[in-house]
Write a protein that binds this ligand. Structure first.
Ligand code: UDP
Length: 233
């Protein structure tokens, strides 16, 4: 059985309503909000600042440190506060997805801290977090070669669809999980992949389709991010 009609009626290549805004945390050096439908991420950037303890410093370049967390009330079943394996993993992949566009060699011995909080979660939070972080870094004036745009693409019952909701992530056929979640990020001008994760199984041809769908969606995200930086939204 193919998943042809989406639960919320969107077209296969249609993202949820997307919104982006910079300057949402006035005391940070840079900040942004990024929203995919009911998923809302806020990112705040501090730095570059001297890195302590000293042995962590790199005299060749600065480092980026991301800290992703979902607020307890962001999901219907209260999320236990504090660090967890999932948030550690997402923090790490977020930093790696952003690193390629940052000119870190200009800031030896320093750290750029990026705090990402998910205030409302309905799947795709790591992608919303990366989009918010990319915007917040640009808003902070950190020298960057490009922005990064992230989107989760799914393969559901034989169809490739962009920007999965939690309901879609949980899609089952014959009592078995039938959704594959493929979060990905692109450098927006160069169109290079800076994140590709896969939760589930996918045929090689569907993976290619998913990456193409993701690339297309990332172009729309780029336009929204640029608009937010221009202060239009
Ligand atoms: N989720 C939840 N509680 C948790 C972790 C996740 O309810 O402790 C939900 C939340 O809606 C999240 C979704 O599961 O967006 C999918 O989580 P996943 O780990 O796949 O990451 P995401 O898609 O958010 O990047």
């Amino acid at each position: 059985m193919a998943y042809t009609k989406r639960f919320d009626g969107r077209k296969a290549d249609q993202m949820r309503e997307v919104e982006a805004k910079v300057g949402v945390v006035p005391r940070a050096d840079g900040s942004a909000m990024f929203k995919f439908g009911d998923t809302i991420a806020i990112a705040a950037v501090y730095g570059p600042r001297h890195l302590h303890p000293q042995f962590l410093q790199d005299p060749q370049q600065g480092i980026i440190r991301c800290s992703y967390d979902m607020i307890s009330f962001s999901v219907t079943e209260r999320k236990r506060p504090g660090p967890a394996r999932r948030s550690q993993e997402i923090s790490d992949v977020t930093a790696r997805s952003l690193e390629p566009v940052l000119l870190l060699s200009q800031f030896p011995n320093t750290v750029i801290d990026v705090f990402i909080n998910i205030v409302q979660a309905d799947a795709g939070t790591r992608c919303a977090g990366i989009n918010a972080a990319s915007l917040a870094l640009a808003h902070a004036g950190i020298p960057m070669t490009d922005l990064v745009g992230a989107i989760s693409v799914g393969s559901l019952g034989g169809s490739v669809v962009v920007d999965l909701t939690k309901e879609e992530e949980d899609y089952e056929e014959d009592g078995e999980k039938a959704a594959t979640d493929i979060p990905m990020a692109f450098t927006l001008r160069d169109k290079k992949i800076s994140l590709l994760q896969l939760d589930g199984k996918v045929k090689p041809e569907d993976l290619k389709k998913a990456i193409e769908a993701g690339r297309k969606a990332s172009e729309a995200i780029y336009e929204i991010q640029k608009e937010a930086l221009r202060g239009l939204k």
